[in-house]
Design a protein around this ligand. Structure first.
Ligand code: GLA
Length: 372
């Protein structure tokens, strides 16, 4: 038996050894056996302008999505001009840090320049013009990153929020017809046969909207349209929707044989009015001080509430780890989140795992601990 004195002398070293063996607090390591864990990022976080943010991203995440730079208006602003420079930077960053790059998004009714839907004469484009234009765009963009982008949000947010009709009324639908969806997926498969192809939308925890989405997806599958997965955006509130509703959505989409991803996760802690859970970026509400209660910092009790909500969400995601292939946060830190300006402009929002100084919040710890 070693003497008591020897034990005491060894204690600090033992503590050090135990400490050294602690896994570093890296989400990508903690979730390595569960699913990809990603973040949507603005350009400064990957192009060298914000090295501290880049370091955090590379250490914490195994996947990345460009928050805006692969959307039509950014990557193809004019008929004969593509702007690949920013998008290239995401793909290079992903390759350098062995992160799965997700392409977002090919077909959407927002952030698509008006010229896309017009002919040379300034009149609305015809199907004969728009369909080849869509094909060119998809072939050019997906083709450029062939083999380097793991999967594409081919179509974003085409299911209606209300009413009996399934498809949203958009220029895509009005000009081409309902089959623009089928074509978009087929063009993407032609351009990169190995990339995964996804449908992405918000509010799919809502039973009625989900029923419409399931109907649309069943149709695609029945027609042999290539689709691999569905992205549940996951813009949640602190107390809505209940975890059980999110679970039902995961089960329903998985039952179609599709991969399920949580693609735009954030949790809004600010008071809300109006349509809770509708993440349609066209939605706007007027500013009111009562809707912006924590301008100088989030009180501790709210931090704890947020951490609990994240713990509950990740317990659910881990329970369905066989179905869920990726969970992506919509942003890295609170300072840069779109929720500072949605649906009410000019608020101080706290939806993510890192604070405005890029320090991990209690919510980070909760997500990290959930995996252990
Ligand atoms: C939607 C889109 C995203 C992003 C968010 C808000 O969810 O899919 O690209 O624009 O809105 O920023």
């Amino acid at each position: 038996m070693p003497s008591r004195r020897l034990c005491l002398a060894l204690l600090p070293w033992l503590a050090l050894a135990v400490h050294a063996e602690q896994p570093p607090a890296s989400l990508r390591a903690a979730y390595a056996n569960a699913f990809l864990i990603g973040a949507a990022l603005d350009t400064a976080k990957i192009n060298g302008d914000n090295p501290r943010a880049s370091e955090i991203v590379a250490r914490q995440f195994s996947s990345l999505t460009a928050e805006n730079d692969m959307k039509w208006s950014a990557i193809h602003p004019e008929p004969d001009r593509y702007n690949f420079h920013p998008a290239d930077a995401y793909v290079d960053f992903g390759a350098r840090h062995t992160m799965a790059v997700i392409g977002h998004t090919l077909v959407w009714h927002n952030q698509t320049p008006p010229w896309v839907f017009l002919g040379d004469d300034g009149k609305p484009a015809s199907r004969e013009l728009l369909l080849p234009r869509l094909r060119d765009h998809i072939h050019t963009v997906v083709g450029r990153y062939r083999g380097r982008v793991k999967g594409w949000d081919v179509v974003n947010e085409v299911v209606r929020d209300n009413g009996p009709e399934v498809l949203r009324d958009t220029p895509w639908q009005r000009i081409i017809g309902d089959d623009y969806l089928d074509h978009a997926f087929r063009f993407a498969r032609e351009a990169d046969p190995r990339a995964e192809l996804y449908y992405n939308d918000y509010g799919l925890f809502n039973r009625e909207k989900r029923a419409r989405a399931l109907r649309m997806l069943r149709g695609l599958i029945a027609r042999g349209v290539p689709i691999d997965g569905v992205g549940l955006q996951g813009h949640y509130q602190i107390d809505y929707p209940p975890v059980a509703e999110i679970e039902q959505a995961i089960l329903d989409f998985a039952s179609l044989g599709l991969k399920v991803m949580i693609t735009e996760l954030d949790v809004d802690v600010l008071p809300s009015r109006g349509q809770i859970g509708a993440a349609d970026i066209a939605r706007r509400e007027d500013y009111e001080a009562a809707l912006n209660p924590w301008v100088n910092g989030l009180p501790e009790a709210e931090q704890t509430r947020l951490a609990r909500r994240y713990a509950d969400l990740f317990a659910l995601f881990l329970k369905h780890r066989k179905t869920i292939t990726r969970v992506t946060f919509w942003g890295l830190d609170d300072g840069q989140s779109w929720l500072n300006n949605f649906p009410v402009p000019g608020r101080t929002s706290y939806p993510l795992l890192f604070d405005r100084q890029l320090n991990p919040k209690p919510a980070f710890r909760a997500v990290f601990d959930a995996a252990r």
